[in-house]
Design a protein around this ligand. Structure first.
Ligand code: ZN
Length: 73
């Protein structure tokens, strides 16, 4: 199970920098996470919760897009 983009994690803004956001759990900036589950730290509560229900953190989102034809699930 894998979503194309993981963007439903709790976010908070950097102090004094309202246009910059980071994950409220692992504090990684959203531009670094870039919608990827593996963009969160392995210790991130959001990532742990999703991995617990079967989502996989993988290194390469692009291949998932390219192999969509196989995805009959
Ligand atoms: Zn996180």
């Amino acid at each position: 199970m894998k979503k194309l983009f993981y963007i439903d994690y709790p976010q908070e803004s950097f102090e004094g920098q309202m246009h910059r956001y980071r994950c409220a759990h692992c504090k990684v900036e959203t531009t670094t996470i870039n919608g990827r589950l593996e963009g969160h730290l392995p210790s991130c509560e959001y990532r742990i919760q999703l991995e617990k229900i079967g989502h996989e953190a993988q290194g390469d989102c692009a291949t998932t897009t390219l192999t969509n034809a196989d995805d009959f699930d």
